[in-house]
Ligand binder design. Structure first.
Ligand code: UTP
Length: 301
């Protein structure tokens, strides 16, 4: 029996503008960009379902209705596919989320920052622990599941991290672990966090990646609406305050992570999942070999 409340709910903030993918994201949400044959957002939802999440809260904004449509029941489409005997296609649209899963959508109104986006979900979360997944990060791993199980046993809020190069600390929330020791799995107690420090001010090179387990106490700190780095209300700043009351646990990513908010990371994710696909994989491999053998093809591509 778990000692602490189950982590049943997850917040997925999707109200960002996705400016790094313009013009693709002019009329389409970034979260609907396709990695092989599924939109980005579906990878995060599947990872959360694997970890035992039963209820999703999407923080949306202007122009994000395609996300709601994606998770709706496709009555007409299903009917057509059934009549045409397209069973595989039918299967792919019918079970995007299991029957018992609940989804709600909350409008952020104005993209004032990740901290503000999370704060918008306070009334739907109520008095329960919850997960946060940033769908920009595709994480091919069971580390979130470990974080959920650990919370239910020990009651410690948690973040996922990976080692980042020293000259990239200014892109991440960085863990301050003081003299705390890592266990064999790379788990560690956290003293505090520093949002996007320059390398000389970084207390470690452990950078937070977009997965968190938080307690509702975080909403009290987010309610202060302090403006942080980049002129935005930052989640990390509220976590610094929460960390003074509750020990956070850091979980090292075991597996692959693709930062799909960035064009290079997005292409890497496409390559990784395409190479795993039984139809695309061998064909793409032979195309890549041809490219390497024929440098002209690379130059003109
Ligand atoms: P990012 O800053 O990486 O996403 O926010 P963005 O703003 O969409 O991307 P660019 O930089 O303009 O290309 C990380 C996550 O937080 C969400 C985003 O949707 C993304 O999932 N977010 C960010 C919000 O929901 N609201 C905000 O006010 C800010």
């Amino acid at each position: 029996m778990a000692k602490y409340k189950k982590v049943r709910k997850a917040i997925l903030p999707v109200a960002g503008l996705g400016t790094r993918f313009l013009p693709a994201t002019k009329a389409m949400p970034k979260e609907m960009l396709t990695v092989v044959d599924k939109p980005l957002i579906q990878y995060a939802v599947e990872e959360a379902l694997e970890a035992g999440i039963e209820e999703f809260i999407f923080i949306t904004g202007r122009g994000k209705s395609a996300i709601e449509n994606h998770f709706d029941k496709p009555y007409e489409l299903a009917d057509i596919l059934r009549k045409k005997g397209k069973d595989a296609e039918l299967e792919s649209v019918l079970h995007i989320i299991p029957e018992h899963t609940r989804i709600s959508y909350i409008r952020q109104g104005e993209p004032l920052g990740l901290g503000h986006a999370i704060w918008c979900a306070r009334s739907v979360i109520g008095d329960e622990p919850f997960a946060v997944l940033l769908p920009d990060d595709i994480i091919h791993s069971t580390t979130l599941k470990d974080m959920v199980s650990s919370y239910e046993e020990q009651g410690k809020p948690a973040v996922m991290y990976e080692e980042v190069p020293l000259d990239r600390t200014h892109n991440y929330g960085i863990l301050d672990i003081g003299d705390n020791k890592f266990n064999a799995n790379g788990e560690v107690n956290i003293n505090s966090f520093v949002e996007k420090p320059e390398s000389e001010d970084a207390p470690s090179t452990c950078g937070i990646i977009g997965r968190y387990i938080l307690t509702p106490r975080i909403f009290d700190f987010l309610a202060e609406k302090n403006i942080g780095a980049g002129g935005e209300i930052q989640l990390t700043d509220a976590m610094v305050s929460l960390c003074k009351e509750q020990v956070f646990r850091g979980f090292k990513l075991k597996g692959e992570r693709f930062d799909c908010g960035d064009k290079v990371g997005f292409q890497k994710a496409n390559l990784f999942f395409a190479l795993k696909d039984p139809y695309i994989g061998p064909r793409l491999t032979s195309y890549i070999k041809d490219m390497q053998l024929t440098p002209k093809l690379v130059k003109t591509a």
